[in-house]
Design a binder for this molecule. Structure first.
Ligand code: PEP
Ligand code: MN
Length: 631
């Protein structure tokens, strides 16, 4: 059962309640949510739920209807995030685990590890104990394989995932690995499940060959019931009558698991299909279905692989798949960023003696797109909000924060001139970019009908993005306000059903308000491009995109002369926009972005030629370009 505690429960009341529960033979789990604190109580409880409902400090008691309790969404409405070092599985970021089926000879394994790391894998897989259908097939290198995995981690920084097939391997697993995999054939080996539950390391629990989703969640329940909450579910195909592929990949498991459980789910399209050519299409489908990540078999020489060669991707195929996922991810509100671990690490590492780790600032309140962009670019680092863009730029320019994240343009409503102006005034440079898909929702009090609404709060650019929908409601007062998330808070505080705000789903959840209409943006291809600004340098290669601002003199062919520099050098311009100069009517500034690696021999020549052809010229910085958002 779930005991929902009153907000004003006193320390004493809570202590008494916990004491009563501890006297029962049950497991108690305290979960502190944004809105409320709950106690999950699982196991034999002799007292009736009604008894607990009458205890001081208890708001209500809800029975858990499912046979699996600790893994259920009922008990834990928020999604769980499993941490493996700096890698978080189950958040906004897609996690790709890659490597050979089995750990092989040292040099070959290291080569595969370097290749998958280069293309964006963040954890390395490889079995040292292989459960093979035939006793005559390669059985794995055992402890020697684990030593090679430890070497992979030391060299590449990637955490390692490997399968445990017997209780007797527990000590070795504790010594060498970061994530313990329970294979499909052992999904219902309950002693093994209890053992990994006690070990306390993250567990990758594969779905059994003929297991229902309920069987699978019950298996996960075994691990959690031993006190280990760090379980990642992995769908790897099930046995059906179909023989064309090795197994049948059940992608419906993704939305089903998301509904039933708070645990993250990843997909193994390699073992599911067993056929190299089928791996990438199913991997792309898995991400589109909402999976939290993938585990992919990759080998530098699949023909020589000791196991599962026919389903192993070549590194080049893996690279192509990662690029595709990079483009798909924002559409499903996820992010894939090949270099975030390095960026996060760089930020967390103090630069000088006695200095503290660098801080990142973003605009607005938690729950805003800026906050999300910040988390997606850097992973989990120390971040703080600033109420205005001017304050944000001042914080970075004044050295209070090392970096800032600001929106620069939207695919529907265009550039944010305020931030271009601040870039010009502050002298700060762009050191990175991140693109987010923006879904705008009308948010208000639960049950409010659209014809009850009189006032709507949001950012002017957001009104622009939702023009088609808002045009259908001409009588609404649109009240412009800077921060989209705090408008939701305002609607809540004003407590008037005639008011609504336009903001993100995260903001609605954060303030406990309802989405009255989802996805009201005029075009679902609504992306905002955020840039990361800094007074210093920031690592990240290749720096293949550069942003400029310039003006030209008032004479024939002046703009043509600038563009000719790009044509002569065969360099692609990806943005060109003109805007009026403030205070000087009918004079214009141009924003220009081009793509060229800073290391390219043409780069310095280009940047020398441009100031000669312009009246005003400012290089806003060179940085690695974010995922493509082309329609
Ligand atoms: C594996 O990951 O190499 C493996 C044996 O997987 P499964 O247990 O899904 O067959
Ligand atoms: Mn395998």
């Amino acid at each position: 059962m779930i005991l929902v505690l009153k907000r004003d429960i006193s320390q004493d009341e809570k202590a008494r309640l916990l004491e009563q529960l501890r006297a029962e033979e049950c497991l108690i789990k305290e979960i502190e949510g944004v809105e409320e604190t709950i106690l999950g109580v699982v196991g034999k409880v002799t007292r009736e739920p009604r008894y607990f409902e009458t205890q001081p400090g208890v708001a209500k008691v809800i029975p858990i209807s499912k046979p699996y309790k600790l893994v259920s969404r009922e008990l834990h409405p928020e999604p769980s995030i499993i941490k493996v070092g700096d890698v978080e599985i189950g958040g906004d970021r897609l996690v790709v685990i890659a490597g050979p089926c089995g750990v092989e000879e040292r040099q070959r394994t290291l080569d595969i590890a370097r290749a998958v790391r280069k293309h964006g894998a963040v954890l390395f897989r490889g079995g040292a104990f292989k459960p093979r259908t035939s006793p005559y097939s390669f059985q794995g290198l055992g402890e020697e394989g684990l030593r090679i995995l430890a070497e992979v981690r030391a060299e590449t920084g990637m955490g390692v995932v490997t399968e445990m097939t017997s209780l007797s391997q527990a000590d070795l697993m504790m010594k060498y690995v970061d994530v313990v995999q329970i294979g499909a054939r052992n999904m219902q080996n309950f002693e093994l499940l209890k053992c990994v539950g006690r070990m306390g390391k993250p567990v990758l629990l594969k779905r059994g060959l003929s297991a229902t989703i309920k069987d699978w969640l019950m298996a996960a329940e075994y691990v959690l019931s031993e006190g280990n909450d760090q379980v990642i579910l992995c769908e790897r195909g099930i046995r059906t009558f179909e023989t064309h592929t090795r197994n049948t990949l059940d992608l419906t498991a993704v939305p089903v698991i998301k509904e039933l459980s708070h645990l993250p789910i990843i997909i193994d399209p390699s073992h599911a299909t067993g056929i190299r050519e089928k791996v990438s299409p199913m991997a792309r489908a898995a991400i589109a279905a909402g999976a939290d990540g993938l585990i992919i078999v990759v080998h530098t020489d699949p023909d020589q692989a000791l196991s599962d060669g026919p389903q192993s991707l070549y590194p080049e195929q893996f690279e192509q798949l990662m690029r595709d996922l990079y483009a798909i991810a924002p559409v499903v509100d996820k992010q894939l960023d090949f270099a975030y671990l390095e960026k996060g690490k760089q930020l967390r590492t103090p630069q000088g003696q006695g200095e503290s780790p660098a801080k990142v600032v973003f605009h607005g309140a938690p729950g805003t797109a800026s906050h999300k962009a910040c988390a997606q670019f850097f992973g989990s680092v120390e971040s703080e909000s600033r109420a205005s863009f001017a304050e944000l730029f001042a914080a970075v320019a004044g050295g209070e924060a090392a970096l800032g994240v600001v929106p620069l343009e939207n695919s529907i409503s265009g550039s944010l001139h305020e931030n271009y102006d601040l870039l010009m005034e502050s002298g700060l440079k762009i050191v990175g970019e991140v693109n987010l898909r923006i879904v705008n929702n009308l948010i208000g009090w639960e049950g409010t009908k659209l014809d009850q609404i009189k006032r709507v709060y949001s950012h002017p650019q957001v009104f622009e993005q939702c023009k088609d929908f808002l045009d259908q409601h001409p009588d609404w007062d649109l009240i412009a306000s800077k921060n989209t998330a705090s408008n939701v808070k305002r609607v809540k505080e004003n407590n008037d059903p005639a008011e609504a705000a336009i903001s993100s789903q995260e903001a609605a959840e954060l303030y406990g308000m309802s989405i009255l209409k989802a996805g009201i943006e005029s075009n679902p291809r609504n992306f905002t491009r955020f840039v990361v600004i800094s007074a210093g340098q920031f690592p990240g290669e290749p720096k293949d995109k550069t942003s400029l601002i310039f003006s030209v003199s008032d004479q024939p062919g002046a703009l043509f002369a600038v563009l000719k520099v790009f044509t002569d050098n065969q360099v692609n311009i990806v943005k060109l926009e003109s805007r009026p100069v403030r205070d000087r009517p009918w004079e214009y500034l141009f924003y220009l972005d081009f793509e060229l690696d800073q290391e390219d021999p043409r780069y310095s020549g280009l940047l020398q030629a441009l100031p000669e052809e312009t009246a005003y010229f400012l290089n806003l910085g060179a940085y690695p370009k974010g995922p493509e958002m082309k329609a």
